[in-house]
Design a protein. Structure first.
Length: 444
């Protein structure tokens, strides 16, 4: 406790870090306040059916990502997910369309153009999702809309688009002025906001007749803790590939060898694959909201998050996006070029193309088990639901929710620790250093 109090004092002494934390908390409070502001024309008392609808299935996941704003029919009901979907589309276009490939190579100017295109696409996606959301309110939630008409539809769509863009702006401001990645942090805050309610619901269920009693509840908490530890291990796991650097001793013709390592993370993509995969799985739920025979027949198999096809496709998406995002984050060609420029080589492997092939092969072998483990943790909540755990609480047994919390918390703590160490204060832990999802330090 004394160490913790001293760490808080050290954080308060660093003006820059203190201001960043205050700014981050301020933006989060604004986000949480907006999640409870109901759309004009919607009766808050008539949302009971919507809250029941958001207590299970894939809609529960959408509601959790928005921090309960979806079930509240708030101005932030769609949350940040339209922006995530737009980012997926733009990154996929960067793999196939020459125009986007050129923009990626133009540096800062190209990045600004890509961000602008992403924002425009976010508006388009939000308009369609807002229409689906209001259609669901009209046909599935009787009495929710107090004043229906053309003005209500136009104003509500405009407000929901503005709400999503405002949430996106909050995320960018947290990244610029605060601590951590803003978008990921807002998603995590929404998830944490649902934890007390989910935990209470499961506790009441277990203490009810035939619920299994307090011992069953304690066993669930132990299992949740073990999955939490496994998730931390997945986020931080690193495979080190040996590299032999030839180093010339100044003023001497002798050469010595210093063995170092290239740290290749088992999960270099972090939680982004499951965020991307989950965003795509929200599309069938949006189609169901239109309530037509065609869309219902297409999306029925994917609307149930305990069904086989939903989890099978979700797992495939996670594996595919893990490879895709790792290919963006880790470039074997660039690594081989940097090694060659610094006079480094891998023992038994020729510099140049052979080194690129070797690194690419190592990455492929590392990513496969890592991506499969990521996919298993992603679909694990479905098994928890089938085992009788409350649907809302089961979402914390792995999946997107747990991995996002682990990854975002580690990244945020790593940034705070970096500020402390930079000012020659002790870190957040007595021994070792917190490692987030970034590149791990090179071991000698």
């Amino acid at each position: 406790m004394k160490k913790f109090i001293q760490t808080l004092k050290n954080i308060y002494k660093i003006e820059d870090l203190r201001n960043k934390l205050i700014a981050t908390l301020g933006f989060i409070l604004i986000y949480r306040f907006g999640a409870h502001v109901v759309l004009p024309g919607v009766d808050p008392l008539g949302l009971t059916d919507l809250q029941d609808q958001a207590s299970g299935g894939i809609v529960a996941m959408i509601n959790m990502f928005s921090g309960g704003a979806f079930a509240n029919a708030s101005v932030f009901a769609l949350g940040i997910m339209p922006y995530i979907s737009a980012s997926i589309v733009v990154q996929l276009l960067g793999m196939a369309v020459p125009y986007f490939q050129r923009l990626q190579k133009e540096g800062e100017s190209g990045r600004k153009k890509i961000n602008q295109i992403t924002r425009y696409l976010t508006v388009v996606i939000t308009i369609f999702q807002a229409m689906a959301y209001l259609t669901n309110l009209k046909y599935q939630i009787p009495g929710a809309i107090a004043q229906e008409g053309g003005v209500f539809w136009t104003s509500s769509i405009a407000i929901m688009v503005a709400g999503t863009m405002f949430v996106m702006w909050l995320g960018e401001k947290i990244t610029d002025k605060g601590i951590g990645n803003g978008v990921s942090l807002l998603i995590m805050i929404g998830i944490i906001a649902r934890l007390p309610q989910s935990l209470t619901a499961e506790f009441v269920t277990r203490l009810s007749p035939g619920g299994g009693g307090l011992m069953s509840f304690l066993v669930e908490l132990v299992i949740l803790f073990l999955i939490f530890i496994a998730s931390i291990a997945l986020v931080q796991a690193v495979r080190r590939v040996p590299v032999q650097y030839a180093k010339r001793i100044v003023g001497n013709k002798q050469y010595g060898g210093v063995r170092q390592y290239i740290p290749l993370k088992v999960n270099a993509a972090g939680v982004m694959p499951i965020i991307f995969a989950q965003a795509l799985m929200f599309i069938p739920a949006s189609l169901v909201s239109f309530n037509t025979d065609t869309t219902t027949s297409i999306a029925a198999a994917f609307a149930n998050n305990t069904g086989f096809w939903y989890n099978f496709v979700l797992g495939l998406f996670v594996v595919a996006f893990t490879y895709f995002y790792t290919a963006i984050m880790v470039n074997p060609t660039q690594m081989a070029d940097e090694m060659k420029k610094n006079g480094g080589f891998i023992p038994g492997v020729k510099p140049g193309r052979k080194t690129v092939e070797f690194l690419d092969g190592v990455m492929s072998k590392i990513i496969l088990p890592g991506s499969i483990f990521l996919a298993v943790i992603t679909i694990f909540p479905s098994f928890a639901m089938l085992a009788g755990i409350n649907n809302q609480f089961a979402l914390f047994f792995g999946g997107t929710t747990l991995l996002i919390m682990v990854g975002v918390v580690l990244d945020t703590l790593q940034q705070i620790e970096s500020h402390l160490l930079m000012r020659h204060y002790d870190g957040l832990m007595k021994t070792g250093r917190i490692k987030g999802r970034g590149t791990a330090p090179v071991s000698v």
